[in-house]
Design a binder for this molecule. Sequence first.
Ligand SMILES: Nc1nc2c(c(=O)[nH]1)N[C@H]1C(S)=C(S)[C@@H](COP(=O)(O)OP(=O)(O)OC[C@H]3O[C@@H](n4cnc5c(=O)[nH]c(N)nc54)[C@H](O)[C@@H]3O)O[C@H]1N2
Ligand SMILES: Nc1nc2c(c(=O)[nH]1)N[C@H]1C(S)=C(S)[C@@H](COP(=O)(O)OP(=O)(O)OC[C@H]3O[C@@H](n4cnc5c(=O)[nH]c(N)nc54)[C@H](O)[C@@H]3O)O[C@H]1N2
Ligand SMILES: [Mo]
Length: 771
Amino acid sequence: MDRSEITDNPKIEPYDEPTGGWGSVKSLVAKSTQEGLLASSVWSTLGDQNKADGYQCVSCSWAKPADPKPFEYCENGAKATMWEITPKRCDRDFFARHTVTELLEWTDHDLEKQGRLTTPMKYDRSLDQYVPVKWEEAFREIGEELNALDPKSVVFYVSGRASLEASHMWQLFARIYGSNNLPDSSNMCHESTSVGLPESIGSPVGTVTLEDFDACDMMFFFGHNTGTNAPRLLHWVQEARKRGAPVITFNPILERGLMRFKSPQNPLEMLTPDQGTKMSSDYYQVRGGGDIAAMTGIAKAVFALDDAARENGGKRVLDTDFIAEHGHGFEAFEAFVRAAEWHEIERCSGLSRDELEHVGRVYSKAERVIGNYGMGLTQHRHGIENVQMLCNLLLMRGMMGKKGAGISPIRGHSNVQGQRTVGITEKLDLIPHEKFEEFYGFTVPKEKGLDTVEACQGVIDGSVKGFVCLGGNFSRAAPETEMMEEAWRKMRLNVQISTKLNRNHLLACEKTYILPCLGRIEKHIENGVAQTVSVEDSTACVHASYGNREPASRELLSEPKITAELAKATVAGKSTVPWDEWVADYSKVRDAIERAYPADFKDFNKRMGTPGGFHRDIGASRREWRTDTGKANFLVPESFDVDPDIDTSAQDVLKLITVRSNDQFNTTVYGYDDRLRGVHGTRMVILMNEEDMRRLGLTNDDRVDLETHADDGVHRRVENYRVHAWQLPKGNCAGYYPELNALVPLWHHSRRAHVPAAKSVPVRIIKRPVT
Ligand SMILES: Nc1nc2c(c(=O)[nH]1)N[C@H]1C(S)=C(S)[C@@H](COP(=O)(O)OP(=O)(O)OC[C@H]3O[C@@H](n4cnc5c(=O)[nH]c(N)nc54)[C@H](O)[C@@H]3O)O[C@H]1N2
Ligand SMILES: Nc1nc2c(c(=O)[nH]1)N[C@H]1C(S)=C(S)[C@@H](COP(=O)(O)OP(=O)(O)OC[C@H]3O[C@@H](n4cnc5c(=O)[nH]c(N)nc54)[C@H](O)[C@@H]3O)O[C@H]1N2
Ligand SMILES: [Mo]
């Protein structure tokens, strides 16, 4: 049940202030008051955020510069910090006052708002409550349960926040136990990147660093809501705009952050009563899922300009030297683009030939171009093809592996990229398994483990019997809410290592435990010594992070400690991993990471304090292509039709885009104000194109139910949403995740990468009778 509406009278009207600016300052002050935090304590903590000798923000993974500003944080990073350092506590008394059945009626916001978890808890079915459990008892019991289960039936999920140290230990624990079932939040996020980029350019991650952002003379933004989800990046966009660099955005929704921005770091800008910097020189409201078509149109325009240059002896627009020396498959790509018909491109992208030719001209003049993108490309059935098409577009002009140019997948969680780097993956060929076997004397299981979609499938069909989560809110973040919640409770074991209470904790299995852990901002004292952790940012730079706050409770343990104790209770004697030694000194875990991944982590302990972080070994950044051909591959999409096998021609069917508000971090809902979209007091809203509304006989504030339009015998429905007219392409509508995950079918995912296609859910809109 969703009650994500807090007033009877929500306000919805487009926001026309710049992002940043006073709006963000006001929002922060309100949040610190709401959390009951003393101003002095908040500001002293925030002063250390994203500094070389401070802690790395727990919000997004945007890069941290070597020369940080005095306040190197944004509105949303500060909110995430305040949410973690809150004085509120979700302690044993709280659990004594509420049954789990009662808590299941609460919203995501109300659950997390209770504050930090303080005590290890265990579900007591006779009371329908969580009761305190001693750490040793919890570890022993979980170990016994795991040993009674088939390792192949247990999933070890990781949400992208845990440090490199905790993550490396976690995957060793799972593999020694006998399971490669190591999905992480990346499976729901940038897995289309992790599969698509290696095929194109031989690197699973982006090729650019902040130096490139300083040097670029043009940027593309495809499907990223930068003002909300990586706000610090706006500073680099603003700088580029001030240098006169065009920034061209493709997004079905007009997102404020990529329209107007005022830097809260700049007093002069803040005091000038204007609209701030115009962030996108051109903003195109591409049809949801229409990016391949749009990029084909741009490429077609580039070919035409190159043809003209060749004819009249002008400078070539294609980078022919680059293509000859580094490219593979260019001819097929060229043939695909030349054969594409403009009317098809226009139909699928929703953009005109004139518009795309304009982009082609701007792009042709630029010398150093960065292609940024987010979930608007990855969370589609053709997520991989989207990513690869952006590569093609950049490669045709040699915009890869040179200063100021490259591809920039903007990652989500603050260490999601790093977790994959140090072994959190279900795929055997992505880990140095021979080394693990040699170093630690155990046999790594050799079959592929379960990814997120497969793990959900296993929960639903009963083959998965245990779920052990290092952070996150898996069942809420994943598709198919209703089926998942029902099936989850039939499992044997649910273990949640967490900082805050969330809905996944309430899906009680035969044995269910909440193990509360330290957050990254807190001191990790082990063996009497303050320990350091590390994370990798979106630009593949690795940073140390030093927690500075007193722990929220004396009972909390660190993630590495919990991992080690679980391992000792489950797989003692089955490997030579020195768990206690590692926990007593995290630098030894870093030595182990360096030994396993010497090219990426050379002199790890020495270099991790480097201001700005140290850059990993990304071959494509220097035109070394680790692909099957040894070249940068132009890869041709099958078609640019959106979801060829889903029929959306019925009159009441729209493609639903699920997005984040400016007041949430994934399933963590801080509040009900999506300030940058002007939606206040509700999350139960569906934004729609005005013409679609007219066609369906709807006016603002009418109530609707939504049903998934799918022929699979499953009835998926959410009820009583409010509709509101919005500037969106016809045929699309938008609303908030995670509530709308109830509508996402499990089979509706990016082909091969299995990222749920949360940006193109076919839904039917059903008007409710007025009551
Ligand atoms: N404050 C805050 N910061 C966050 C998060 C958060 O929840 N809150 N989450 C973190 C995580 S884990 C992630 S992965 C990132 C997510 O950051 P984003 O990638 O920005 O994720 P979304 O909010 O899903 O927004 C996707 C954007 O893509 C657009 N879009 C949708 N469909 C299409 C399409 O077909 N084509 C194009 N071109 N655009 C499309 C949407 O309108 C929206 O603007 O942010 C991270 N940072
Ligand atoms: N429909 C739809 N679904 C989506 C998306 C979408 O755009 N649309 N986006 C997808 C994406 S990109 C992602 S990344 C996933 C997110 O999926 P998850 O990463 O699983 O979800 P989060 O909401 O980030 O997890 C929040 C919980 O993490 C715990 N936590 C917070 N900090 C810590 C910590 O330091 N340590 C530990 N151990 N626990 C901590 C808290 O208990 C909190 O309740 O959702 C995906 N699902
Ligand atoms: Mo994400």
